[in-house]
Design a protein around this ligand. Structure first.
Ligand SMILES: NC(=O)c1ccc[n+]([C@@H]2O[C@H](COP(=O)([O-])OP(=O)(O)OC[C@H]3O[C@@H](n4cnc5c(N)ncnc54)[C@H](O)[C@@H]3O)[C@@H](O)[C@H]2O)c1
Length: 327
């Protein structure tokens, strides 16, 4: 399986430099990204630094950045480059979709989570009233530049959770390799990391290609996210997205066991593997509180939420469940 032409995976920044030549580039840059080879690529007055994170992922940030673009003279020919973790890539994508009714966008993810998941697939968005991604669009960026060393200073946990999630859908061998890799002591093999990133991106981009608007197969990528988003909402962001997804996968596996669709040994294995990789497995909130939040999930249809449930390593099922069934 090859990567789409729009996804460039490279150990250095040379190709990025080439792609930006002759373009009117404006960079939205996560303030924690200090890589000078990266910042050296742009005019200093075309770099807009943001304090990234879930709190920044809101319409006010998009509006403030749009005002800065306007003041800097950005027009319809502008290329907006989102450089940072998933919150930066999500909100830059939305900014590019809205500014002057849409300008070109490219993404340079700098966390493992954004490299294997958030930057891939053209979903952008911001949160509203504590609910995740309530305002957003589907819009494919012109290109995504994944340079694994850029994420060296960032926490990998969220990316490990999303990567294991992706492999749990359909690739038991990659799942096992990822557990071995991420449970090994540092420093870990860079080539294996690159290979795991490539495989996760391949699987996600394949699902996206099949179902860009998330009306069918792409929904599988929500494994762990229904409970995960409920955990993020109920803890007001105190639990990070990646940790919430890890806990959400365990809750989904427990649901599969309750429904008789999976063996209890699956939950035990997932807990063992996640713990070895440094991921949490227990939600800080009781199941009942999460079910209340799940009932308000934006993807709820006729009172039922479509759950993606792991039934084995590398195999999942989709099951619509009403709150009373979850209880
Ligand atoms: N659009 C999608 O399809 C999609 C998919 C999955 C997740 N997401 C979204 O992604 C977000 C989570 O992404 P995230 O975990 O990358 O969050 P994030 O953007 O908040 O980054 C996490 C932290 O790492 C810091 N950081 C980023 N790059 C760094 C670097 N190179 N060195 C040091 N620190 C660095 C950030 O400043 C932040 O403090 C959530 O909002 C989630 O909803 C979107």
């Amino acid at each position: 399986m090859a990567l789409p032409d729009s996804i460039l995976l490279s150990g250095n920044l040379k190709l990025l430099e080439q792609r930006l030549q002759g373009r009117e580039v404006y960079a939205v840059l996560d303030d924690k990204v200090k890589e000078p080879r990266l910042t050296g690529l742009f005019r200093p007055d075309h770099i807009f630094r943001i304090e990234a994170g879930e709190a920044a992922k809101r319409m006010a940030t998009v509006e403030a950045l749009a005002a800065k673009l306007l003041a800097a003279g950005a027009d319809r020919d502008a290329l907006l480059l989102g450089i940072g973790g998933g919150t930066t890539t999500d909100l830059t994508g939305l900014l590019a979709a809205l500014y002057q009714r849409g300008v070109a966008c490219a993404l340079v993810p700098t966390t493992l989570l954004a490299q294997v998941d958030a930057a891939i697939g053209g979903k952008n968005g911001v949160n509203l009233e504590g609910y995740k991604n309530m305002l957003g669009t589907f819009r494919a960026p012109e290109f995504i530049y994944i340079c694994p060393p850029l994420a060296e200073g960032a926490d990998d946990r969220g990316g490990i959770a999303e990567m294991l999630k992706t492999f749990l859908l359909c690739d038991a061998a990659a799942y096992a390799r990822a557990v071995v890799h991420f449970s090994a002591p540092l420093p870990r093999c860079a080539a294996e990391r690159l290979s795991l990133i490539r495989r996760a991106v391949e699987i996600k981009s394949n699902l996206v290609e099949e179902d860009f608007l998330d009306e069918g197969p792409r929904h599988l990528l929500n494994l762990g996210h229904t409970f995960g988003h409920a955990i993020e909402k109920c803890t007001q962001g105190a639990v990070t997205h990646g940790d919430a997804v890890a806990m959400g996968i365990i809750l989904a596996a427990e649901t599969a066991v309750r429904l008789g669709e999976a063996e209890p040994a699956l939950v035990e294995r997932l807990k063992r593997d996640f713990t070895a990789c440094g991921l949490p497995t227990e939600s800080p909130l009781p199941r009942e509180a999460l079910i209340e939040a799940v009932a308000k999930d934006k993807k709820s249809r006729e009172g039922a939420v479509r759950f993606v449930l792991p039934v084995a390593i590398g195999r999942v099922m989709v099951q619509p469940l009403k709150p009373e069934e979850l209880r």
